[in-house]
Design a protein around this ligand. Structure first.
Ligand SMILES: Cc1cc2nc3c(=O)[nH]c(=O)nc-3n(C[C@H](O)[C@H](O)[C@H](O)COP(=O)(O)OP(=O)(O)OC[C@H]3O[C@@H](n4cnc5c(N)ncnc54)[C@H](O)[C@@H]3O)c2cc1C
Length: 494
């Protein structure tokens, strides 16, 4: 039996001494072949640098295996020789989770070549994929069988299904379909010592003890490498209706969501909040196209309904929702997409807000969730407190309000320079926002995970017992600490 008191301040470092980098590279070449084993700064650069360019590590080798057996052999060797392993999908993590630590002799295992759709079963409404299939290819594979795989995130062209499972990705359709955890029926995982643990069965009911797959969903590569998954498929909706809506304030947005759910129920697929400064920023990034709503409203929502009624009926339903919103003084302007192309344009505006911030030199990223009933108060309170610190800060606030998730990303005043501003304010402002979200019974990471960026914050925002249990699971599966060291789990404070 594990004694909780025995879990004392474990270090993130791998226990034992690793061989020299050349020895590691040679062993990896023997397993995956010379062309699938990259070494040297030039070839490994893009695999050791994170999406935002904030974290850069070192690796003895980057390997691109083509089979579960190769992944198993890589992990068995690294386990035997005390070598850190960093699983990597599309490397779109916003938390620095998919790149090695500095001065690490790590092996990065990138799943890009394990990109086969293994099976689509339209009767069982499931598909089985290797972990390296990109999210957009997974969606196309479902569409080819007249089915929907509903996960929708802005990075879908690059991120991989294995990465989506490992981060329990969310996105714009969680309101209706749930996050990745709700969409996974089975996983095949290579454990840190090389054993293969598979539940690729596609069952919706299986009460045969612990449901082990859930340990690996959201584990961010700290417990093993996911090599294949079985995902749920849904019926494809026949039509959608999309509108940009100017609302009075966040509390009007919450009330409008209530109106929409009461009128259209499950048809409400997405409900995204967007602040005026977020819209200004993204329109500038996109070359200033005609704004969807005139007069630069202070708050907007992007609503999508989808269903099996005909398009006219669905649009009529959306109009009724908006009319009720106007009558209740929640809504003061709206633009309904007149075509599929215009709906796509509306969504592009929403999807590009993340990259628009990166282009400006970066904002203070807080990916928080709070209960829907508290979200308006949270946004008001956090905005007021941040403005009290930096009056001209631009409130780039947007996100999946329908499921309680707000990307609260204050951007420096227009005249300030990015680097010194972030150096002075990042920790202070993100700490303040996280504290306010926590006080509202919220989470400091709604969907982006922990990685290295938020690792130490868990000491403040998770209970000691929760952290002890996390470490006990980690030590049971990965006693040598080779899997993605330095990520997710903060050292325990006694
Ligand atoms: C423009 C943009 C928009 C985004 N929008 C959203 C959004 O709306 N919602 C959202 O949730 N996220 C969003 N993200 C964040 C990111 O895309 C997701 O976290 C995504 O799920 C990561 O997938 P990936 O394949 O890129 O994983 P990576 O970045 O490569 O890895 C992420 C983590 O998972 C681990 N990992 C990767 N593959 C495996 C595997 N096969 N087995 C075990 N561990 C693995 C890594 O070690 C790392 O810890 C966005 C990112 C960008 C750049």
């Amino acid at each position: 039996m594990l004694d909780p008191s025995a879990v004392s301040s474990p270090e993130s470092a791998v226990s034992g001494t690793a061989p020299a980098p050349e020895t590691i590279a040679e062993a990896m070449r023997a397993i995956v072949g010379a062309t699938a084993c990259l070494t040297g700064d030039t070839d490994t650069e893009k695999y050791v640098t994170d999406y935002r360019g904030l974290y850069r590590g070192t690796a003895s080798a980057v390997v691109l295996p083509t089979s579960t057996e190769q992944v198993s052999a890589v992990l068995a060797w690294c386990h035997a020789h005390n070598v850190a392993v960093v699983p990597q999908g599309g490397n779109t993590s916003l938390m620095g989770g998919a790149v090695p630590e500095l001065n690490a002799q790590a092996v990065v295992v990138n799943l890009a070549r394990m990109n086969q759709v293994l099976a689509v079963d339209p009767i069982n409404d499931t598909m089985t994929l290797q972990a390296g299939v990109t999210l957009s290819s997974a969606r196309v594979a479902a569409e080819d069988h007249a089915r929907l795989f509903p996960l929708r995130i802005g990075s879908e062209g690059s991120c991989q299904i294995g990465g989506n499972v490992s981060t329990n990705a969310g996105g714009t359709a969680v309101l209706r379909y749930g996050n990745m955890r709700d969409l996974v029926l089975g996983v095949e995982v290579v454990l840190p010592d090389g054993r293969i643990c598979s539940s690729l069965r596609g069952l919706r009911k299986d009460n045969t003890g612990y449901d082990l797959k859930h340990l690996f969903v959201g584990a961010e590569g700290t417990l093993g490498i996911i090599t294949a998954v079985v995902l749920k498929l849904m019926p494809q909706p026949a039509c959608t209706a999309v509108a940009f809506v100017a609302v009075t304030d966040p509390s009007a947005a919450v009330a409008l969501l209530g109106v929409a759910k009461a009128r259209a129920g499950q048809a409400v697929t997405a409900f995204e909040l967007i602040s005026g400064p977020a819209m200004t920023l993204v329109l500038d990034y996109l070359g200033n196209p005609v704004p969807p709503l005139a007069g630069n409203p202070e708050w907007m929502v992007l609503i999508e309904l989808s269903g099996n009624a005909d398009e006219e009926a669905l649009t009529a339903e959306l109009i009724e929702i908006l009319e009720t919103g106007i009558n209740q003084s929640l809504v003061h302007d709206a633009a309904i997409a007149a075509s599929g192309a215009q709906a796509q344009t509306f969504w592009k505006i929403r999807e590009e807000i993340s990259d628009a911030q990166t282009r400006t030199g970066g904002s203070i990223k807080c990916d928080v969730s709070v209960p829907l009933s508290r979200i308006a108060a949270f946004v008001d309170d956090a905005s007021a407190q941040v403005r009290a610190l930096v009056p001209d800060i631009r409130m780039v606030i947007y996100g999946h309000m329908g499921d309680g998730n707000v990307h609260f990303n204050p951007l420096r005043p227009a005249e300030a320079v990015a680097k010194p501003f972030l150096a002075e304010w990042y920790t202070r402002i993100s700490g303040l926002v996280d504290t306010l979200a926590h006080a509202e019974q919220g989470s400091i990471s709604a969907e982006h995970g922990i990685g290295v960026a938020k690792r130490d914050d868990l000491t403040t925002f998770k209970s000691k017992v929760e952290l002890q249990v996390m470490w006990q699971i980690k030590q049971a599966l990965d006693p040598k600490g080779i899997m993605n060291p330095g990520k997710v789990l903060p050292p325990l404070v006694q």
